[in-house]
Design a protein around this ligand. Structure first.
Ligand code: HEM
Length: 452
């Protein structure tokens, strides 16, 4: 029976199979291609199995779409940096439509992308003022939340997530949001995953649409109020004082998207750094010593320049990139050759940082946490937690700032005792690498914290 389905696939997709004949991969079957092989497990784990079996460039079919997985740094550089216009960005458009709207995140090609990127609030010169003001606010949020939990058994990932949500509300809107807004946001993110799992994305649940309506209404109401005063540094205030080239609709979509494309990712970056520095006490102690020496409540510039903290956050992003990977698709009309194969129309290429970051021929002892790897610049195409080239993550600087500030505040104020057996095994939820069992631990106040 299987061989009948294999023959039918060959009849249906003979040309694409032939074009990719030199690239190894599993045998596809009629209608689903290799889609069934990807069901039921985590995509990043399956992809790593495939890479180990078929090599650094392998092919598979998602239903009828020819697909490649590459773990070659030279491909990463070529696709993202050297020749980005041969490709379109293949975000799951249907899955992200109700949440991402018109945001730059979803722009398929340079024509649509360039003006949106140039107008994005994170690309404006004034953004450093917003970042500067955010640092002390994050510290307050961490202290307020965690001081109340000292001695209790907690999931530190959840706590960091809540703090990050509040921090994002402060930088975007200038004020925190009520608890139900967090639930609305979670529900919207969940829907991206739900829709992504369907061949034809749709959202039957009226509760989802209701939550989405409530979320958007809240953002719209805040935008309508404009600047919160001459000295307010939140994005809405800054944009309304400085002016913007964005349409009203785009302002709304971009600001909403800062949360939806970035909040959880940033919380994950802070969470993996904190976990790793707690588990690896030698490196944790180095960071603490450096923080103590930096004096009371270092400002943004001081914090960003701390070398041990910097290398640790980078290394956490290598081992646990919050976004496991992303996709490009051959632009219609482009003739692209990759390792001798002429790619058939609609071929998509999966660029999976999770795999390249853990490749044993690129990184020695790849699963070991060793921030000192970053004493040297990584070679081109070997490290891309935030993408590379023109379309690298617009939220990168904010994320690094949030991850460093949260990690620094926790390490300098608290001792973290992880529960016995606590690990950072991840599951993939709509491309995000979430710690399966959270970060279970207990906090005590540090004996000699700074600033007390
Ligand atoms: C750990 C945190 C984050 C990670 C790992 C991450 C990862 C990425 C990656 C890999 C890309 C490139 C995708 C591609 O080339 O197809 C990207 C793009 C993007 N990210 Fe992030 N991101 C993070 C945080 C954020 C934040 C906080 C925001 C808030 C605005 C954000 C918004 C965006 C947008 C709008 C794009 C598209 C940029 C463009 O196309 O010009 N991300 N991100």
């Amino acid at each position: 029976m299987r061989s009948l389905f294999e023959s039918l696939f060959r009849l249906q997709q003979g040309r694409a199979l032939e074009a990719l004949a030199s690239v190894p991969g599993p045998t596809p079957v009629f209608l689903v291609g290799n889609g069934l092989d990807l069901l039921g497990g985590d995509l990043h784990v399956k992809f790593e199995e495939w890479r180990a079996r078929y090599g650094d460039l392998m092919r598979f079919f998602l239903f009828s779409q020819p697909s490649l997985l590459t773990a070659k740094p030279e491909h990463v550089v070529r696709i993202l940096v050297d020749r980005p216009d041969e490709w379109i960005k293949n975000v799951p458009r249907g899955a992200t439509a109700p949440t991402g709207g018109e945001s730059v995140f979803r722009a398929p090609d340079r024509k649509e992308w360039a003006p949106k990127r140039a107008a994005h609030p994170f690309e404006q010169r004034w953004i450093t003022e917003s970042y500067d003001a955010l640092v002390p606010r994050i510290r307050e949020l961490v202290r307020a939340r965690l001081d109340a939990r000292v001695g209790q058994s907690i999931n530190l990932y959840e706590e960091i997530l809540r703090v990050t949500f509040d921090a994002f509300a402060i930088i975007v809107l200038g004020e925190t949001l009520p608890p139900e807004a967090f639930d609305d946001h979670e529900r919207m993110l969940k829907e991206v995953g739900n829709r992504g799992a369907l061949p034809v994305p749709f959202s039957p649940s009226p509760f989802f649409w209701w939550r989405r309506w409530r979320w958007r209404k809240r953002i719209a109401a805040r935008i309508a109020r404009g600047s919160l005063g001459e000295r307010a540094t939140d994005l809405v205030s800054m944009m309304s004082r400085a002016g913007t080239d964005m349409t009203k609709r785009l302002v709304h979509d971009e600001l909403g998207n800062v949360f939806l494309a970035g909040m959880k990712n940033a919380a994950l970056a802070a969470s993996s750094s904190t976990f790793l520095l707690t588990e690896h006490t030698v490196f944790g102690d180095r960071v603490r010593t450096e923080l103590d020496a930096a004096g009371l409540d270092p400002d943004r510039t001081t914090l960003l320049a701390l070398p041990h903290l910097d290398r640790s956050v980078k290394e956490a992003g290598r081992l646990y990139p919050s976004v496991a990977g992303f996709v490009r698709e051959v632009k219609p009309g482009e003739r692209i050759e990759l390792d001798g194969a002429i790619l058939p129309p609609r071929t998509q290429v999966f660029l999976v940082s999770w795999i390249v970051h853990r490749h044993p021929e690129i990184w020695a002892d790849p699963t070991r946490f060793d921030p000192d790897r970053f004493l040297e610049e990584p070679k081109p195409g070997t490290y891309f937690p935030f993408g590379l080239g023109l379309r690298f993550c617009v939220g990168r600087d904010l994320t690094i700032l949030v991850a460093k500030t949260v990690t620094a505040e926790i390490l300098s104020r608290f001792d973290v005792a992880l529960d016995p057996g606590a690990d950072y095994e991840t599951k993939l939820v709509a491309v995000l690498t979430i710690p399966k069992r959270g970060v279970p631990c207990r906090l005590t106040r540090r004996a000699t914290p700074r600033g007390t």
